[in-house]
Design a protein around this ligand. Structure first.
Ligand SMILES: [Zn+2]
Ligand SMILES: [Zn+2]
Length: 311
């Protein structure tokens, strides 16, 4: 884990948390001494007078404009406000267990994501990725609290794929970058598991009905999913966390640990990443395919989702 990532985990809470003022003042002075002179803010272009810990690209004003979702009000989709979507009857048939998002998708966050995704402003990448790392830490903490202090163990982190055409045009998949940010926090294997069956126009221009129609049969498993899962899980360095819920099933005397060797009633637990949660139809469709994949491997599956922004 790099220094930057370590800083990221602590950042938003510690920044405005209950630490002593003298420490903050001292740290801020040290940051100022160490920071190169004349660095301008990535977002507003103004000179940065004091470095924000973990986010050296941003001035304090732009950092303070990030609408962190500190307390999701909807347990299922992670929305920070009251949520009619999840109280609908159809919501009970969702294929993922829950979604959490790092930030609310307001105009500022739309602009930041757009700068990276559509306008090729690569310097936004590390910022978005660190924000995702923070959300991951927060989600792990929330789930552990819910399970009486027992950490959840994700077998793999994966992401919503983009089409070949989009990949050629853009050169990268933003969800993969975000997944990298999330995976790095807990050293979880990052795996591409899905692909798109066809190219579709941008979802953001479509209404709910059009999106749902578009999404039918849009995703499928990559042909070598079983091998991908196996190859990652058999790396000798990969062991479940000490406090994982699977600890009792892990035989420490075995040199190699295999995901598919776990008892068949133990679900494969996957974390799915995307950039924006709007209706949830994309991550739901991907979750459905992932669950089918688990079942093809003779295993139950559980899919949790983490998205960068919640609209
Ligand atoms: Zn700024
Ligand atoms: Zn909801």
């Amino acid at each position: 884990m790099t220094m930057l990532q370590k800083q990221t985990i602590k950042n938003p809470i510690m920044q405005y948390g209950g630490e002593g003022v003298s420490w903050r003042t001292l740290l801020s002075s040290i940051h100022n001494l160490l920071s190169p002179q004349g660095v301008s803010c990535l977002v507003c272009g103004k000179m940065i007078s004091a470095i924000v810990r973990g986010y050296p690209e941003l001035c304090h004003v732009c950092y303070a404009s990030i609408p962190w979702i500190m307390k999701p009000r909807c347990y299922t989709c992670g929305r920070p406000v009251g949520c009619p979507d999840c109280s609908r009857q159809s919501a009970g048939s969702r294929n993922f267990i829950l979604n959490r998002s790092a930030v609310a998708y307001n105009a500022t966050m739309r602009e930041w994501l757009g700068q990276y995704k559509f306008r090729g402003h690569e310097a936004y990448g590390p910022v978005l990725s660190r924000i995702m790392g923070w959300a991951m830490t927060r989600m792990l903490r929330e789930l552990a609290t819910e399970q009486g202090g027992i950490s959840i163990h994700f077998d793999a982190v994966t992401f919503v794929p983009i089409s070949e055409e989009r990949l050629m045009e853009r050169g990268f998949n933003q969800a993969e970058l975000l997944a990298r940010g999330a995976a790095s926090v807990s050293d979880i294997p990052l795996l591409a598991l899905l692909e798109r069956t066809r190219h579709t126009e941008k979802q953001s221009f479509k209404n709910r009905r059009e999106r749902l129609h578009d999404i039918q049969g849009l995703f499928r498993l990559l042909p070598d999913v079983a091998e991908r899962l196996e190859s990652v899980m058999q790396q000798p360095s990969h062991k479940p966390s000490l406090r994982s819920r699977f600890t009792s099933q892990y035989n420490a005397t075995r040199a190699r640990y295999s995901i598919l060797d776990k008892p068949s009633d133990t679900p494969l637990t996957l974390l799915l990443i995307d950039d924006v949660y709007t209706t949830g139809s994309t991550i739901d469709a991907c979750s459905e395919v992932l669950l089918e994949g688990c079942s093809q491997l003779g295993r139950k599956g559980e899919v949790y989702c983490l998205t960068w922004a919640r609209s």
